[in-house]
Structures are given as C-alpha cells and as structure tokens.
Design a protein around this ligand. Structure first.
Ligand code: TA6
Length: 301
C-alpha cells in the first residue's frame, strides 16, 4: 500500500458531507460511499473503482464477484474497472498487466461537487515511478463519478508531456447484474461488425445479442445507446457512451469462469459486461497538451 495514502479522517474532513463518506473497505482499501436522493454508489480509491450502483427503490445495477480480491495492486473483480492506457494484453509486452495500470493505481480525491441534480466526485492520477516503468510519459488523468438520475463515469486524460501519447487503449469495463443469462437481450448493435476475440474473425451482428456461450467481442463503429433487457427481472438499462467508437461485450461462460480464481464458477449466469471502449482500431493518440475524454452513462429505463 503506498505510504502517502490520506487518512480516512482527513478525507472526510476535506471532502466528506452528509452524502459523501469515506471508510475502510474490504481488504483495508479506502472506500467512498455516495448516498443522495437518487442512488447509492460505492467506489475504492484503488483504481477509482466503482463497485456498487443502486438507484433509489431499485436493485443493484452492477455485478460484483463475491470472491474478488481486495488487496493493494490487485484488480477488483466486477463493478466498473478502468482499463487504461491499453485494453487487453499490451501489444509489445504481453507479460505486462492486462488492461493497463489505471485499475490498480491509487487515485487521489481532487474535489466533490454537490448540486440539486447530482453528487460528483473527481479523482486524479498522474505519472509515478511505477507508471513510468509501463508508460514512460507524463499525463494527468481525471475520473469523474456523477451520481444523479443516471450514473455517469468519465475518464479525461491530458497529455502533459512533450511527445504524443500514442495507441492509447481504454475501456470503462462495466459488469452489469442480471437475473438469469438465458433471458438477457442486448439491443443497439444490430448490423454492427465485430471482432470475435475467440476466433479472431470479423463478423456482423444480426439482431439482438443473446448469450448462450462464452462471448468476447469488440463491436466497431458503435455510437448509439445499448439497451440491456433483463427479461427475468423485468428491467431494462440503457448504456450510452461518448468519446468511444467501440463497445466490448463479454461473458466468460462456465469454463472460463472456473479458470478465474476471483470469479465464482456460476457467476456467468448473472452478469454481462458492456464496455464503452477505445479498443482495437479505436485506440487514440493524444497530442501534447491535448485531452481525450471517454464516458459511460448508465440509466434505468
Ligand atoms: O473485456 C473482455 C476481456 O478483455 C476478456 O477477454 C477478459 O479477459 C476480461 O476482459 C477480463 O479481464 P481481466 O483482466 O479483468 O480478467
């Protein structure tokens, strides 16, 4: 655990309020709980990782593994991991952390903004000796968690160096809780081409996405909202993105679930990942002094 972590007391003194409270969470990691008239949200400073989103009078929206690790430098399983500055395996160094380092770094709280329409927490991450080993460039990353009638998470990264930040991949890797996989339907991807990562073939989506096996797909040229219909629970979610032209859809199904120590063997039956991304051909270059922002908004329909 980095030794420059703020104390819970100092965080509550500087940023706490009736709606925003910091506490020691699982594994001794620092957790923040936002509870306002719209919803409750929990996140950890490690990874700026949202682990809970529950609109008022509704069931939790995000899926969390009940066997997730909570330890410094270990990715938390479920919720909304931030994949940055690459998505998946690193192009040249496959033994580097999958999905980059943002989800295992400790982010700093920069501001809290409370209005009648939302509670916003702003977190920040800049280069450090550990990130410079993996990305030898400076940056200023800001993550805004906005809790209102919808939940919006936005990652904005400014290139504070002298050279372009190239081939930056990213995903707001959201795990959604569903009642049963058999009755799940995703609308909004009909006709879109996608890279099927299971056989590396490019295919075209015909109609809604249903899940009856492992799926791991990077949909291309996506722009419209995706509707997650959990017919078993009689609930629909709308997921929309900005700053992104690719959407990842993933369900590990049974065999891959069993291979992941932090994923319950049958967890695949109650989750789907719909990720607003800059993945595949949608990776971005951020010139010096410029900023790229990507955001996902989640709302109950
Ligand atoms: O977003 C889908 C994916 O790239 C899958 O291939 C699977 O690896 C998933 O991410 C989870 O990755 P993680 O590193 O969190 O186990």
């Amino acid at each position: 655990m980095p030794n420059d972590l703020p104390s819970i007391e100092s965080l509550n003194q500087q940023f706490g309020s009736e709606s925003v409270k910091f506490r020691v969470g699982e594994g001794g990691l620092i957790q923040c709980r936002v509870q306002n008239q719209f919803a409750s949200v929990e996140f950890y400073l490690q990874g700026a990782h949202v682990t809970h989103y529950q609109p008022l009078d509704a069931a939790p929206v995000l899926w969390m593994s009940n066997v997730s690790k909570y330890a410094p430098g270990q990715a938390i399983r479920g919720g909304i991991p931030i994949c940055w500055p690459w998505f998946g395996a690193h192009d040249e160094n496959p033994d580097w952390p999958q999905h980059g380092f943002a989800r295992t770094q400790c982010w700093k709280v920069r501001a809290v903004l409370e209005t009648d329409s939302s509670t916003e927490v702003l977190l920040g991450l800049t280069e450090s000796p550990s990130t410079l080993e993996l990305l030898n460039q400076s940056f200023d990353a800001r993550y805004r968690i906005s809790v209102g009638k919808q939940l919006t998470v936005e990652l904005a990264v400014t290139n504070t160096g002298q050279a372009p930040l190239e081939k930056i991949g990213c995903a707001l890797h959201s795990y959604f809780s569903i009642s049963q996989i058999e009755t799940l339907k995703l609308d909004g991807l009909d006709g879109k081409s996608y890279l099927d990562k299971l056989d590396q073939k490019v295919k075209t989506q015909a109609g809604p996405v249903i899940v009856d096996q492992e799926i791991d797909r990077i949909y291309r040229e996506t722009s419209s909202p995706i509707t997650i219909s959990d017919q078993g629970a009689g609930r629909q979610l709308r997921v929309s993105g900005t700053g992104s032209h690719s959407t990842v859809v993933w369900n590990p199904w049974v065999n891959k679930s069993k291979r992941m120590a932090d994923f319950p063997d049958h967890g695949y039956q109650n989750m789907i990942c719909v990720e607003t991304a800059n993945a595949g051909a949608d990776v971005r270059t951020i010139p010096p002094s410029e900023t790229h922002a990507i955001a996902q908004t989640i709302e109950l329909v």
